[in-house]
Design a protein around this ligand. Sequence first.
Ligand SMILES: [Zn+2]
Length: 117
Amino acid sequence: MYQETAGSGGEARMNKKCGKCGTTLEQFYHTSLLGCENCYRVFAAELEAVLLKLHGKTVHTGKTPKIGDIERQLLFEYETLLEEKESAMLRGEFDEANALGGQIRQLYLELSRRGLK
Ligand SMILES: [Zn+2]
């Protein structure tokens, strides 16, 4: 049986967008961040998939690249915040999740400046 994955359906999904803050699914996949509480509803299915993936990735393999203490600390904080945000979302505390999202965004920018994300 052939699997015909026509591009159109996938593209339509990637163009999925939060009507409130304008965050797109593509942005979400890129940053793992959502803009507002409406996003959690719009991207509920995708969010779940990403959270599952996150869980699998938080285990350290011991093959960490050579990075400095500051970078390590930033990465640690980033992952900690992601987990905190995740548990806030699971508790339905979107305000807290949003606040954490802001911190995560800052850390993400810092990490990407250092070439770590
Ligand atoms: Zn939104």
